[in-house]
Design a protein around this ligand. Structure first.
Ligand code: ZN
Length: 203
């Protein structure tokens, strides 16, 4: 399986990092080795001094697809969850300055903790899904998919032009504003519609 993650998909987040508002989706990938499950701790990597959390709604692909049309995209994912796109912002900044790929900042071991996945049919409106992240009991991110620049259907259509989607693949759909640093011993709690999906520590 593979993880595809979307960058700059919420206007307020693009602005907070001084990035332009994109005209088309942009994505990068994380390997399977970046996944952490079952609320296991995230071990702070020794190669960064500025790891940021980014809480994101994650889609789970349930059907093989290539060149998927937007109007049929909903048929290609049946479950959703929440994940953290951990980012070594200091390394990412250096990569950006040199025009290099971002992988070392985004794809390292443990950079993609994910929750359990639940049927998308649990929710009435995927285009207005609320989710949040608490850092040490204080809410630091609070978003709704209503503010997505490119919604789930647009993302699936766009990605599948370039990359065949396979059963079990995950799509991180982008983070709202409020990203920031984590430190050792921080506790992160991620919620969808007020329900806790992840609760884990940085070690
Ligand atoms: Zn992200």
């Amino acid at each position: 399986m593979k993880i595809i993650a979307i960058g700059r998909n919420y206007i307020e987040h693009a602005k907070e990092l001084n990035n332009p508002i994109p005209k088309e989706p942009m994505f990068f990938m994380k390997p399977e080795t970046s996944i952490i499950r079952n609320n296991k701790p995230f071990f702070y990597p020794d190669f960064s001094e500025d790891v940021h959390y980014e809480a994101e709604i994650v889609l789970k692909i349930n059907k093989l697809g290539k060149n998927i049309e937007e109007r049929f995209a909903y048929r290609y994912f049946d479950k959703i969850g929440i994940g953290i796109d951990f980012t070594a912002r200091d390394l990412q900044q250096k990569c950006k300055e040199k025009g290099k790929p971002w992988e070392i900042a985004k794809a390292f071991d443990g950079a993609a903790p994910i929750s359990e996945f639940v049927p998308k049919s649990n929710y009435n409106d995927l285009n207005n899904l609320h989710f949040s992240l608490d850092l040490n009991e204080k809410m630091v991110q609070n978003g709704t998919t209503k503010d997505l620049i490119f919604n789930f259907d647009v993302l699936i259509a766009y990605i599948s032009k370039f990359v065949t989607l396979k059963i079990g693949d995950l799509i991180f759909t982008g983070t709202p504003a409020g990203v920031g640093q984590v430190k050792k011993n921080d506790r992160l709690v991620a919620k969808i519609e007020g329900e806790t999906f992840m609760d884990f520590y940085v070690k």
